[in-house]
Design a protein around this ligand. Sequence first.
Ligand code: ADP
Ligand code: ASP
Ligand code: MG
Length: 412
Amino acid sequence: MPVLVMKFGGTSVATLDRIKRAAKRVGVEVAKGYDVIVIVSAMSGKTNELVGWVNETSPLFDAREYDAVVSSGENVTAGLMSLTLQEMDVPARSWQGWQVPLKTTSAHASARIEEIPTDNINAKFAEGMRVAVVAGFQGISPEGRITTLGRGGSDTTAVAFAAAFDAERCDIYTDVDGVYTTDPRISSKARKLDKIAFEEMLELASLGAKVLQTRSVELAMRYKVKLRVLSSFEEQSDDAGTLVCDEEEIMESNVVAGVAYSRDEAKMTLLSVADRPGIAAAIFGPLSEAGVNVDMIVQNISEDGRTDMTFSCPTDQVKRAEKAMEDAQASGEINYQQLVADTDVAKVSVVGIGMRSHAGVAAKMFDALSSEGINIKVITTSEIKISVLIDRKYMELAVQALHDAFELEKAA
Ligand code: ADP
Ligand code: ASP
Ligand code: MG
């Protein structure tokens, strides 16, 4: 039988009623003749609560124990979803990551999927089970420890299963009815897109549009998974939601496809660093070893052999970054006067494959921000995106101004 993957995010399984509603939708696909793999997230808010408990107990926590704690939310919803389906007389059972087993690297809290053997689940399908309910977000390391795939990781579980089982489609059910030109919670002018190219979705996701986890888009692109985002709250037709697809499948695209933002950025500045060949390696080596994901980097002009080095990283990694720099200072690897952390910043980005062939996007972006009196602190660009770091208090204003400037309310 053809296989379908259906993923339900936190809000879609937030209560027993919503689990029932999701289960009914699964029942519809089973009735159509699909064997279904359901990937569930934890109930909404649960993972945040678990992360909070870990941080309160141990600020520089052992990531193996972090994973042991934060993976537990999905176990609850997997069992409840399976029970709900059984109550509807749909043959179902739950699977935790290690039972599949979904094998990952040992990079705790941000593990990557290495392999998903299909034999266990296929054997059950062959025996008449119609739905495998799999706890998203979690797997098992070569050392036999529970791992998690990073926040939002159930999306990646879903796409990886779709690839492994050669599913007809991977449907991501969430609390919005598709991918929009920007977060519809920030701008009422945001428009739903019928289709979006993998490359654009990849950039939007990595720049903060959390509707899909970045890694899930990468996997879908690599394994040619038919990926769809749709709402679990509305009745759905077969062409509902947004299809994430190859660029060639989109007839006409806008220069800018969307605007993304990220609140969780911090701007770190090392003041008066002794400048010498190899200084960047001496700074960013220890940061990387400490697990700090550095995004933007700016080195100022050097004066009298000393310079300022600015970089951005996620706010929840500021403590790790500070410790890594203090340690490097103590061991003599680097020499700086002060490390200043500015956690009141946000990153706002415009993304579009049309930028490859259109000039002037950056100028228009900077102009729109300056018209609102918004100061740009750091800029980075790539072939299909431009990102700026600004004061967080202007974030929503910036998103709206850019949405207007690129006339995204006319997008479809
Ligand atoms: P789930 O719990 O289902 O995984 P998430 O909260 O992770 O849902 O992702 C859905 C949310 O992503 C939406 O509620 C919306 O606020 C946010 N979002 C950000 N950018 C976009 C965008 N461009 N299009 C749609 N949703 C977006
Ligand atoms: N529950 C996890 C999180 O909130 C994974 C997910 O929902 O995708 O990050
Ligand atoms: Mg999500």
